[in-house]
Design a protein around this ligand. Structure first.
Ligand code: EPU
Length: 421
């Protein structure tokens, strides 16, 4: 267990370079199991979720090499195992993508139910519905999901998702890639990492179209060959630094971003009075007096991301006036951090899916506990903006998804250090 000590009240200034997208990396790495050959994947973030996933792949028989920073070379040619290590699988959410990948490549899989951030009940019924539509027989227990080809074999199928689930869209795309026939996913998720996964698979020889719209079509191919792919920048890491700049009244150039992916976040920060300048692959965020109140509703992409809910809540908590923050993806997400923010002086009333945030002049340092990745990121922002010293406990959650956070923040002038308990 480790915690961060933050001495707050210092505006963040300078340049920060955004790493590769966590949620793209954790989909692309399992998808590399489909490739019969060597995949070189670049811009892979060095975060604990990725490290665990690479260990799972290695344990399955994938040859994993990391020849330079941010580069992972995977060779899945000799994999024969279809039962990934249970204890490692339980350490992260994205291990559910091993189900789709192993099913597509070996027509069977036996995978423990995933772990990861537990800010809500996170069912996988839509993933299962997809596998069944592709002809799989599925056996589910409280601990495991076992998949195998049904009596008519695996082949393309049509799936209409009950909600635009990121995980189900990814898993079905991966599973369908090597199956005969065409698969159509309707009401698919449209997040940037869905498009990134499709681009990765297509680079390796898959035939996927429509990613980024609500209908994705996958024409199954017999095999994928090796190749090189560069992962997109992380929308949420970028948004987190932008929110930190806004909350501390700083002046930050956030480099290596795709400004189009950031529009839902930049428009809200602009509404709050932050000066935003978009460049081709960078965004400047400059504080401009006290933040103003706003209204945010989280939605699937291209709406405001649920993964930025907690960080924008910190900005609202020190803005003038009363803000409203409505969560429409994971209702219980507020409970991961609102009480902690209140202990720092925030005024937040939760009413069903909406948090009503009355801005205060200032937050005060306190000892707070991270309960999930984004809640932890929000508490760090709160600590940076607060008067006095904040201790954020349980930072292993944060280290799941933010590469070299201490180093990046320190370069921006933050007084933050990691302490082992
Ligand atoms: N849902 C179901 N059944 C399913 C799948 C989803 O009811 O089979 C519901 C969920 O309960 C939720 C909604 O559908 O209410 C959307 O869930 P989704 O499947 O889109 O989420 P996920 O795939 O489990 C990914 C990200 C999350 C991010 C969400 C929403 C990964 C590994 N995780 O989760 O990222 O919050 O999409 O955008 O890609 C994070 O990075 O901190 C994080 C939690």
């Amino acid at each position: 267990m480790a915690r961060y000590e933050i001495k707050g009240g210092i505006p963040l200034r300078g340049k920060v370079t955004i790493s590769g997208a966590k949620n793209a990396a954790v989909a692309i790495l399992p998808a590399a199991l489909l490739v019969n050959g060597v995949c070189r994947i670049e811009n892979v973030p060095d975060i604990s979720d990725v490290r665990i996933l690479l260990s799972i792949l290695e344990d399955l028989g994938v040859t994993v090499q990391c020849p330079e920073k941010g580069v992972v070379v995977l060779d899945s040619s000799n994999v024969t195992r279809t039962e990934p290590n249970e204890s490692m699988v339980k350490q992260l959410r994205a291990s559910y993508y091993l189900m789709g990948a192993l099913l597509s490549r070996f027509q069977k899989a036996h995978v423990a139910l995933p772990g990861g951030c537990n800010f809500a009940v996170r069912p996988i019924d839509q993933h299962i519905k997809g596998f069944v539509a592709l002809g799989a027989d599925v056996e589910e227990t409280e601990e495991f999901v076992s998949l195998k080809a049904g009596p008519n074999g695996l082949r393309g199928g049509r799936v209409s998702l009950d909600m635009a689930s990121v995980g189900a869209t990814v898993n079905i795309m991966i599973a369908a890639t090597l199956l005969p026939g065409q698969t159509i996913i309707e009401n698919a998720a449209k997040e940037p990492h869905i498009v990134d996964l499709a681009n990765f698979l297509n680079t390796m020889g898959a035939r996927i179209s429509g990613a980024g719209t609500d209908t994705v079509k996958i024409h199954g191919v017999e095999r994928l060959q090796g190749g090189t792919y560069v992962i997109i920048p992380d929308q949420i890491e970028a948004g987190t630094y932008m929110a930190a700049a806004a909350a501390t009244g700083g002046d930050l150039l956030v480099e290596n971003v795709i400004p189009k992916h950031m529009e839902c976040i930049t428009s809200k920060l602009a509404e709050m009075g932050v000066e935003i300048i978009n460049y081709d692959d960078a965004i400047r965020v400059r504080g401009n007096g006290r933040l103003r109140h706003t209204t945010v509703k989280t939605l699937p992409y291209p709406g405001f991301p649920t993964d930025m809910q907690a960080q924008i809540c910190v900005c609202m908590s020190i803005a003038s006036g009363v803000s409203r923050l409505t969560e429409s993806v994971y209702e219980t997400r507020f409970f991961g951090y609102c009480t902690e923010l209140e202990s720092m002086g925030a005024d937040i009333q939760i009413s069903g899916k909406t948090a009503i945030v009355t801005g205060t002049e200032c937050l005060y340092g306190a000892t707070v506990t991270a309960r999930d990745l984004r809640a932890g990121a929000a508490l760090i922002i709160a600590g940076l903006a607060a008067e006095g010293t904040t201790w954020v406990k349980n930072v292993h959650y944060v280290e799941r998804g933010y590469e070299r956070l201490i180093e990046k923040m320190t370069q921006l002038g933050a007084q933050i250090r990691r302490v082992e308990d």
